[in-house]
Design a protein around this ligand. Structure first.
Ligand SMILES: [Zn+2]
Length: 344
């Protein structure tokens, strides 16, 4: 346990007051690689940062994911067997569209014509590449991925996505390379020790005007929000406060940090007020996105004409998150001010 703590102090807030709670494993009991039931969760009583104990070494964690998520790659083949259409309109994914929208609303890429976009752990479908291309349709996007699944890698490469490596350690080789990095429901699968090595690499990998968007499940053991939910196979657990402290500690500046558990209307309104705008920009951006939706999804667009907020229904922010999502957008803290001003 001491290895995961800063001389016994919380890696996020520096306090020294810990409690433990059970690690709840409902899905992987039969797994031979890691006996999740033998673990518990240690959490900081000050900021709520949680981590698995005893620590799981990176190679063992990789072996676990190989044995489970990538056992047959059947889902990857089903999702996109031909490798065609990854950057085409085969699917409109509300979650990655909402992530791209957050980046577009909260950050200004000035007059950059080309954006180098990296999705760490893009997964079998790589939906983010299409979503970000459409939201940033006035830019030329170059697509990069960190992905471990062999079938997915083939699909990505056939779709002109450059796969830079199979694990997040591959980011180390890329200094000042990426304008946008996305980590969607990925960071909670790294241990605290792995994050400690990865976050400095991530900071170096961003361009001077680069940003990173992270979505993780929101877990606050201090108020037992997660009680009764499964923990596996997550290894690090975040509160809003823990995420803020951890990123600040690693030299990042937060541009956006919010739980996604408010109503969509409130989320839109709060985003627009965060941007210092007078409103309307989100709706304007959304109206450009309507044509992307498939015929079936256009049923929702009919509602959208009455209420534009219905397109991204609230539960789409939560899909596969096992609970409420916490979203963070941040950049290296030694950059100048580049917050979007909405003067377009
Ligand atoms: Zn703490």
């Amino acid at each position: 346990m001491t290895k995961q703590l800063n001389n016994g102090h919380c890696a996020s807030c520096g306090e020294f007051a810990f409690a433990t709670t059970d690690y709840i494993d409902r899905y992987y009991r039969s797994n031979q690689v890691i006996d999740w039931q033998a673990h518990h969760i240690v959490y900081c009583q000050s900021c709520g940062l949680g981590f698995i104990a005893p620590d799981v070494p990176a190679d063992k964690l990789t072996a676990f994911y190989e044995s489970f998520y990538r056992a047959d790659s059947a889902s990857a083949m089903f999702a996109n067997g031909s490798g065609q259409g990854l950057l085409d309109s085969f699917r409109v994914d509300p979650r990655s569209l909402s992530q791209a929208t957050t980046v577009a609303m909260m950050h200004d890429f000035h007059n950059q014509e080309i954006l180098r976009f990296l999705d760490v752990g893009c997964g079998e479908t790589g939906n983010s590449f299409y979503s970000f291309s459409r939201v940033f349709s006035n830019k030329k996007l170059q697509h990069f991925a960190v992905e471990a699944d062999c079938v997915s890698i083939g699909n990505l490469e056939r779709s002109a996505v450059t796969v830079i490596g199979r694990g997040c350690e591959s980011v180390k080789e890329y200094v000042g390379q990426f304008d946008i990095v996305l980590m969607s429901h990925c960071m909670e699968h790294l241990t605290l020790a792995m994050l400690d090595g990865f976050l400095p690499d991530l900071r170096r990998a961003l361009t001077a005007n680069g940003v990173c968007l992270v979505d993780v499940p929101l877990d606050d053991f201090r108020i037992e929000e997660r009680q009764g939910q499964h923990s596996s196979p997550h290894t690090t657990f975040f509160t809003q406060e823990a995420m803020r402290n951890l990123l600040t500690h690693h030299g990042f500046e937060l541009l956006y940090l919010k739980p996604m558990d408010i109503s969509l209307r409130d989320w839109v309104n709060s985003n627009e007020s965060d941007c210092g705008s007078t409103g309307g920009q989100y709706r304007s951006l959304m109206s450009k996105l309507i044509p992307l939706f498939s015929r079936s999804a256009r049923n929702r667009v009919k509602q959208m004409l009455a209420d534009p907020y219905d397109v991204f229904q609230e539960n789409y922010y939560q899909v596969n998150s096992g609970g409420t999502t916490l979203r963070a957008l941040f950049r290296s803290s030694n950059n100048g001010d580049s917050r979007r001003t909405f003067d377009e």
